[in-house]
Design a protein. Structure first.
Length: 122
């Protein structure tokens, strides 16, 4: 009489992830979304319209709107032009985005990166 069929144990790829029960990590926001938020906030704080800022920056109002909504990934030249039209610099916009990214990242992730940076520096 033949032995009863016994399925092989699941391969490593088929085994459930040990972290599957852990809470899913929030997605890090995209740079273009945070840049758009910063540009829109600066424009609104100045009481400027899309048309006025776009005209001074040399872009269309539609394109500026898409940048503000995070739909476009503008070149550094375009970012600098829009920033200049808003009276700010590429550096200030970059700092705004970096601070927003830092605020949005999990404290544990920042601590992990910081420890790794210290280890690399040593």
């Amino acid at each position: 009489m033949a032995e009863p069929f016994t399925p092989a144990p699941p391969s490593h790829a088929e085994q459930p992830d040990a972290d599957a029960s852990a809470e899913p990590r929030a997605r890090e926001p995209l740079w273009r979304h945070l840049l758009g938020d910063s540009l829109r906030e600066r424009r609104n704080d100045l009481g400027q319209t899309l048309d006025a800022v776009a005209s001074r920056a040399g872009v269309s109002p539609q394109y500026l709107s898409e940048i503000e909504r995070g739909l476009k990934e503008p070149s550094s030249e375009i970012i600098a032009a829009v920033g200049g039209a808003l009276g700010t610099s590429l550096l200030d916009l970059t700092i705004d985005v970096a601070q927003s990214l830092a605020a949005a990242s999990a404290p544990a992730a920042r601590a992990s990166v910081s420890r790794g940076a210290f280890a690399l520096a040593a």
